[in-house]
Design a binder for this molecule. Structure first.
Ligand SMILES: [Mg+2]
Length: 359
């Protein structure tokens, strides 16, 4: 099998409603969706994104720049191609747009290799789990009123979720009260996660984190600016609540730094910041070597396979932003995402949606 053509599509995927976190104010996800065509007729897919159309154009340009590395090659050589691409971006740096642009190309290769084997991606990667726990993440935003928070928490339960994530980063007093109200609304048995989106300093994280301990958070996410690994390690050591972080850092070696410093209890490598599936697999294996569970960040269509295949895969972030781009949505049953049984990533591309979102 040889790659015959790579087609990056520049899209603007509108969100159901604009969202606010401690550091975001967003109405669309500016996406580069990549199709990799082969002489066998199979097409692999992946995507990367940024907030901001010009930034997505930069990603698009970097994807085009990397295409010659993949053109004419066998997608089964995903790791070798990743290695070539990784070395080729050395001058730009192993972070930022260059790594993000590599992700959809690498992901599409793994998708194609699994399709060629006739196996769903998680089975191709050696996994057997047919379902993975997931948490609802497309909501419980920072700008919600208390009533909106509670009503959406209830609607997540009605949709079959058994875990959900809310955002923190208002005043400490408000944050604590909002966690209390959501916990009260969902009861003690539903997993509640909280994401600070890097909004606190170390002292605030320890002080507010301690006040949140009675609400039994499943994890407290990115309490500090992401590059403050030593501070995050001190927060993790000070709190009984597990700390999750890692989504904002680049490449598996960044996960190694987190692990060596014991920056957090759970790492959540982001598919595009790992440079795709090759980088994510390396990150997950590193985490396993350090007895650390691994979660995911966005990109649930591919990430569900990666967590199903990882012995230390903990829980999937269920984020519905790109759902319309796929013919088959991921099915959710009793708090678990069911893994697709079709070959590859296995969700099918919705061409009408692709055309509708094209920039
Ligand atoms: Mg987060």
């Amino acid at each position: 099998m040889k790659v015959t053509r790579v087609r990056p599509h520049l899209l603007s995927v509108p969100l159901p409603r604009p969202i606010r976190t401690a550091i975001h104010d967003i109405s669309a996800v500016d996406t580069v969706f990549v199709e990799v065509e082969t002489d066998a007729g199979a097409v692999g897919m992946g995507y990367c994104f940024a907030f901001g159309r010009h930034r997505a154009r930069a990603l698009h340009a970097l994807v085009e720049d990397l295409i010659p590395i993949y053109q004419g090659q066998d997608p089964h050589a995903a790791r070798a191609l990743f290695d070539s691409a990784w070395r080729s971006i050395n001058f730009l740096g192993h972070a930022g747009v260059a790594v993000m642009a590599l992700a959809p190309l690498d992901t599409a290769c793994w998708d194609l290799a699994a399709q060629d084997a006739g196996l769903p991606l998680f089975r191709f990667l050696g996994g057997t789990r047919e379902r993975v726990p997931a948490y609802a993440s497309s909501g419980l935003w920072l700008d919600y009123s208390v009533d909106q928070l509670v009503s959406e928490a209830r609607s997540f339960l009605a949709q079959g979720h058994r875990a959900m994530k809310m955002r923190l980063g208002r005043s400490p007093k408000e944050d604590i009260e909002r966690v209390r109200l959501v916990r009260e609304a969902i009861g003690p048995d539903v997993k509640l996660l909280a994401d600070v989106n890097q909004g606190w300093n170390e002292a605030t994280a320890i002080r507010v984190g301690r006040e949140l301990e009675p609400f039994n958070l499943f994890w407290l996410e990115e309490p500090l600016p992401y590059e403050n690994l030593e501070g995050c390690a001190r927060v993790a050591a000070a709190l009984a609540t597990p700390i999750a972080t890692g989504e904002t850092d680049y490449g598996p070696l960044a996960m190694k730094r987190h692990l060596e410093l014991r920056a957090a209890d759970i790492l959540m490598p982001d598919l595009q910041r790992m440079g795709g599936i090759t980088g994510f697999l390396n990150a997950a294996t590193l985490c396993e070597a350090f007895h650390t569970p691994v979660s995911s960040h966005l990109f649930m269509e591919a990430s569900c396979h990666l967590l199903a295949a990882a012995p230390n895969g903990l829980i999937l972030e269920h984020m519905a932003w790109w759902q319309e781009l796929f013919e088959d949505g991921l099915r959710l049953v009793d708090g678990h995402v069911l893994l697709p049984d079709k070959p590859g990533i296995g969700l099918g591309l919705n061409r009408k949606a692709l055309e509708r979102f094209r920039v």
